[in-house]
Design a protein around this ligand. Structure first.
Ligand code: FMN
Length: 187
């Protein structure tokens, strides 16, 4: 039976929900799955990649940057990752305007800078929560709202500047997860 480790860093919970969703898909196909929130788990409590066949690493993007913990994870484990099935995913608002560029900037460039070779990677849509119950805080909300207004104006994408906008495509995420499982099974 194949073993998969999912590690992620999420600032506002959106990649976390994606990681949870993917882990449920992995569980259904009878794979052993471990899910680790790198921001919440102390270094000494993180599992070694040693025991896993497939490793999926995810992050949200803020001001063009991954969260630092999954980047550090990739750097620390890059040698051991070379003989595993490695996958990367991010959630990013650039998915809405230039999906191919987002894949280049947030997956391909990161992988080549660190020196890892993912067998699969993808960019998922963002969540932009401008509602009263948003967990963004006023500064982040202001920054994101400016970006959202630009996207809306330049690309004609409808964005509710006072509400919750969830642009994650769960079918895309499901397909990604299933393809990852197939790749792990092939190894
Ligand atoms: C302050 C702020 C800055 C952001 N900057 C970017 C950015 O530079 N590029 C991008 O593609 N998405 C950007 N986003 C959108 C986030 O990537 C998106 O909301 C994502 O779903 C966050 O995932 P997380 O909750 O897992 O961190 C930004 C969001 C916020 C709130």
């Amino acid at each position: 039976m194949k073993k998969i480790l999912i590690v992620f860093g999420s600032r506002f919970g959106n990649s976390k929900e994606i990681a949870n969703f993917i882990s449920k898909i992995f569980e259904k196909v009878a794979t052993t799955v471990e899910l680790v929130d790198l921001k919440e788990t102390k270094r000494k409590n993180r599992p070694s990649v040693d025991g896993y066949d497939g490793i999926l690493v995810g992050s949200g993007i803020k001001i063009m940057k991954w969260t630092k913990e999954p980047l550090a994870f990739l750097k620390k484990n890059k040698n051991m990752l070379s003989n595993k099935t490695l996958g990367l995913f991010v959630t990013s608002m650039i998915k809405l305007t230039d999906y191919e560029q987002a894949k280049k900037d947030y997956c391909e460039k990161i992988a080549s800078d660190i020196g890892v070779q993912p067998k699969i990677y993808d960019v998922f849509g963002p969540v932009m929560d401008f509602s009263e119950t948003s967990n963004l805080g006023s500064l982040n909300k202001g920054i994101l709202k400016l970006a959202a207004m630009g996207i809306s104006k330049d690309f004609g994408i409808e964005i509710d500047l006072n509400g919750l906008n969830d642009f994650r495509d769960w079918d895309q995420i499901k397909d990604f997860a299933n393809t990852f499982v197939e790749l792990v099974k092939k190894e």
